[in-house]
Design a protein around this ligand. Structure first.
Ligand SMILES: C[S@@+](CC[C@H](N)C(=O)[O-])C[C@H]1O[C@@H](n2cnc3c(N)ncnc32)[C@H](O)[C@@H]1O
Ligand code: SF4
Ligand code: SF4
Length: 314
């Protein structure tokens, strides 16, 4: 496949919690542009040539008179979080110089007026200053569409605020019973499920439930999928922890047997909901590579005619 050659930072910027700026979330070292705290950062974004290549794009040098048209900004806030997910490698670090950092972000938003802003933490919904900042920007630029990746295990007032700010909410769910969810995340399962259902019933916010498969929650992914298919969701993610191969010998018979059981269950649910899934007629379900491989989803997707609807991603 021929890759599109482009100046990646003219389309999107990804800003890390330490202020480092990259053209995309992969944040490959060679694509580093500069830091939010540098006086001439806007000029640097407009003029710096970075060398980078990935499966989709090849970064090319900037042409004369070519200007940035940044439509998307991805912002990582503090890593503070109320959960304690066993798989999360974040250390709950706070943002250094938070107040000045947020002021610098103001300047960037004012300069580019992007169409889309994605926010991620830590858990942004429990971070007072981050949420106040996002709310302020949304009030000032109502046309900006905000999306968030969150555990959504927060109180009613925060949910009511979130409905007014966000157009799209991805909800990370790491178990589908009170016991498993609480053991893995340290949070209240019923509260999160209630919040998802409340948002869907009381707003137009798009919801994307995201299951993160790991050894300790394997047998609950079927219940998650059944629940998610009953809701009117934008998308469903069936993801797996990136360390699956490190923590398990996936070639061992134990794991083959376990994945065979999951395979049977997931396929049954997908076949039972075939009409609904086909009616979506767009990319509706994403399955991570390890889960897809171990449950033989590739051939199943083709056999069932799900090619454009269920996609395998990494
Ligand atoms: C670090 S969290 C931050 C946002 C928010 N706190 C949440 O959990 O949705 C971002 C995403 O990373 C996922 N995640 C956490 N640990 C992971 C791991 N070991 N492998 C893959 N994804 C992981 C979470 O499930 C979540 O969807
Ligand atoms: S070439 Fe790919 S990885 Fe590199 S900056 Fe562009 S989108 Fe990101
Ligand atoms: S909710 Fe998100 S940030 Fe918090 S511990 Fe879990 S994965 Fe990490």
């Amino acid at each position: 496949m021929t890759k599109e050659e482009r100046v990646c930072q003219f389309y999107k910027l990804s800003i890390r919690k330490n202020g480092n700026i990259f053209p995309c979330c992969l944040a490959i070292g060679s694509s580093y542009i500069g830091n939010l705290f540098e006086e001439d950062i806007i000029k640097k974004i407009a003029t710096k040539n970075v060398e980078c290549e990935c499966t989709l794009y090849k970064n090319r040098p900037i042409k004369e008179n070519e200007k940035p048209n940044v439509q998307r900004i991805h912002i990582e806030f503090s890593n503070e979080c109320q959960a304690k997910c066993i798989c999360c490698n974040q250390q709950k670090e706070k943002m250094e110089n938070e107040d000045i950092h947020l002021q610098k972000l103001d300047e960037l938003i004012k300069n580019y007026k992007p169409k889309y802003i994605t926010v991620i933490g830590g858990e942004v919904l429990i971070q007072k200053k981050s949420l106040d900042w996002i709310e302020k920007i949304k009030n000032k630029y109502p046309d900006i569409s905000f999306d968030i990746v969150t555990n959504l295990c927060v109180g009613e007032n925060t949910i009511k605020r979130a409905i007014k700010i966000f157009d799209d909410i991805t909800v990370s769910i790491l178990g589908f019973s009170q016991n498993t969810y609480n053991r893995i995340m340290g949070l209240d399962f019923d509260k999160t499920i209630k919040n998802v259902e409340y948002i869907l019933a009381n707003s137009n916010v798009k919801i994307r439930p995201k299951y993160l498969l790991m050894p300790t929650n394997m047998y609950e992914i079927g219940s998650f999928l059944k629940w998610a298919l009953k809701l009117n969701t934008q998308k469903i993610y069936l993801h797996n922890i990136r360390e699956f191969r490190q923590c398990c010998n996936l070639e061992d018979a134990y794991w083959n047997n376990t994945f065979n059981q999951i395979e049977t269950e997931l396929k049954e649910i997908l076949i039972q909901n075939k009409d609904l899934i086909i009616s979506k007629n767009r990319h509706f379900i994403s399955i991570h590579d390890i889960l897809a491989e171990k449950t033989n989803m590739n051939t199943f997707i083709q056999e069932q005619g799900f090619e454009n609807i269920i996609k395998i991603t990494s």
